[in-house]
Ligand binder design. Structure first.
Ligand SMILES: [Zn+2]
Ligand SMILES: [Zn+2]
Length: 191
């Protein structure tokens, strides 16, 4: 199974660029690629948000507004994959600035930019890279064990809930803080 990056074909018309929400490493990276792509200030014309709605793709870009959305699950995976996905989507915005609406999403113009940024241009990544990441099915979805280190009570949940406390321990005057660890789903299955 492959996980395509999908460019958005139906972006609403936007006159002004959105205020950049870029901070930290994302901004630094895009600024560096922008220099290579001869698009100074690109880092101020794109925004990056993370979405939990992605299941089968890593990200999307609305090239004309510079809005990049990345799959939230990328934040739990290898750093390099997140940065590549960021570059992939930033390159879509860059192609739009350089060439307008003409080029195909993963056409020559886009590939040149990815290569200039140091990547082998690829529109898809192997499933193996994402197997543990994408919440594409309940089967592959990890669960989270919430464990009380004092009384050893435990509770399993589909997501880590940091505000939960151990009720019994809170009742006896302790803070009830829980240890949270990720439990791979299907421990008996080979991947
Ligand atoms: Zn793409
Ligand atoms: Zn407890």
């Amino acid at each position: 199974m492959l996980f395509p990056f999908e460019p958005s074909g139906t972006s609403p018309p936007v006159i002004a660029y959105p205020v950049s929400r870029l901070r930290g490493e994302h901004r630094v990276r895009i600024k560096r690629w922008a220099a290579v792509w001869s698009l100074p200030g690109l880092e101020d014309r794109v925004s990056v948000t993370f979405s939990r709605h992605f299941r089968s793709s890593l990200g999307r870009c609305a090239p004309s507004s510079g809005e990049i959305r990345l799959a939230a699950f990328l934040q739990d995976g290898p750093r390099e994959l997140l940065i590549e996905a960021l570059c992939h989507e930033a390159a879509h915005a860059a192609v739009h600035e350089l060439h307008g609406h003409g080029p195909k999403p993963h056409g020559a113009e886009w590939r040149v930019l990815m290569q200039a940024a140091g990547y082998q241009p690829r529109a898809r990544v192997p499933a193996a890279l994402l197997e543990d990441l994408a919440p594409s099915s309940k089967r592959t979805r990890p669960t989270w064990l919430h464990r009380c280190p004092v009384c050893r009570a435990s509770r399993i949940a589909r997501r880590a809930v940091h505000r939960w406390r151990c009720a019994a321990c809170v009742k006896s005057g302790l803070n009830g803080l829980l240890l949270i660890e990720r439990v791979p789903a299907n421990p008996g299955t080979q991947r």
